[in-house]
Design a protein around this ligand. Structure first.
Ligand SMILES: *[C@@H]1O[C@H](CO)[C@@H](O)[C@H](O)[C@H]1NC(C)=O
Ligand SMILES: *[C@@H]1O[C@H](CO)[C@@H](O)[C@H](O)[C@H]1NC(C)=O
Ligand SMILES: *[C@@H]1O[C@H](CO)[C@@H](O)[C@H](O)[C@H]1NC(C)=O
Length: 269
């Protein structure tokens, strides 16, 4: 679970957004090294309200989750080899000169910017300024060139579950601590964390959340989330390296990277 990218949410940012009493800290190497375990723990949710399932069969997945609710799947895939290839050093060595297409981190991702991968990692992959707007924040997710990155992606084992009539499409990304896409929805899919931790907020299709499309998830967490009544709260959980979150068709979701994170989604379009 050590993030080779190092950053965890800055202490100042965590203090600003302190929402819950620190839960027993997890001694992950990056939090010990950079932020201290207590600092790393505070941005995590009080409790996880998405079910975690290990050894789920395909039949159980289809009956209990596929069309009904999200679930976190544990032990579904072993991507330790892929993870090793995703360290900062190895990615820079293999792909540093490649031009990557960045998106703004707002709900509708209006703007795209092309930049060499190395410049993105060295200049933009830092913890998010809590005052910045989503439409002013660039991050690398999706728009992947599968020709140029084939030597990496062929080592990824996607979740083995499929939905009839859908074709899987990958979206690979790396984003700084504190970043994340605010609420939006699309078709069903899976999202796996390769390094770092990613906190998810989810609402069923009929329960559209209130949010400003250019505000970050972090701003929503600070401004809106604390006033929600228990029935207005989203389902939420923080997923870690090796865990896969499944989100059904048209479920609203917002994400928040608690560390500099590497992740890959498999959209079932
Ligand atoms: C970002 O959105 C805000 C508020 O919606 C707007 O005032 C600002 O001009 C936008 N920034 C850019 C770069 O488009
Ligand atoms: C992907 O990379 C290849 C090889 O560099 C290039 O020829 C192709 O135009 C790129 N595709 C896109 C969509 O950028
Ligand atoms: C969000 O930002 C985009 C571009 O930055 C702008 O065109 C749009 O009007 C903004 N939306 C709102 C609701 O302010």
């Amino acid at each position: 679970m050590l993030s080779p990218f190092g950053h965890v949410l800055h202490a100042f940012l965590l203090v600003l957004y302190l929402l819950t009493a620190p839960s027993p800290p997890e001694e992950s190497a990056c939090s010990v090294r950079l932020g201290g375990p207590a600092a790393a723990a505070v941005a995590e949710e009080e409790r996880c309200t998405v079910e975690r399932r290990a050894d789920l069969t395909y039949a159980e997945f289809m009956q209990q989750y596929a069309f009904l609710r999200p679930v976190i799947l544990q032990g579904l895939t072993d991507n330790s080899r892929f993870q090793a290839l995703c360290s900062r050093e190895r990615l820079l060595a293999s792909f540093g000169d490649n031009v990557v297409r960045l998106s703004t981190a707002n709900t509708y991702s209006y703007r795209k910017v092309d930049l060499p991968f190395q410049e993105y990692v060295e200049q933009l992959l830092h913890p998010q300024d809590p005052a910045s707007l989503g439409n002013d924040t660039l991050y690398f997710f999706g728009d992947n060139n599968f020709t140029e990155w084939a030597s990496l992606f062929r080592h990824y084992s996607p979740p083995p579950f499929r939905l009839l009539g859908t074709t899987p499409a990958y979206s690979f990304g790396i984003a700084g601590a504190g970043s994340g896409v605010p609420f939006h929805w699309h078709g069903p899919g899976f999202s796996e964390v390769i390094y770092g931790r990613k906190r998810w907020f989810l609402y069923p299709p009929e329960k559209a959340p209130e949010f400003h499309p250019n505000k970050t998830t972090l701003a929503w967490l600070q401004d809106t989330y604390p006033a929600l009544t228990s029935s207005e709260r989203p389902l939420e959980c923080t997923i870690r390296a090796g865990e896969v979150l499944y989100f059904p068709d048209r479920w609203w979701h917002a994400t928040l990277n608690l560390d500099t994170s590497v992740f890959i989604s498999t959209f079932l379009g």
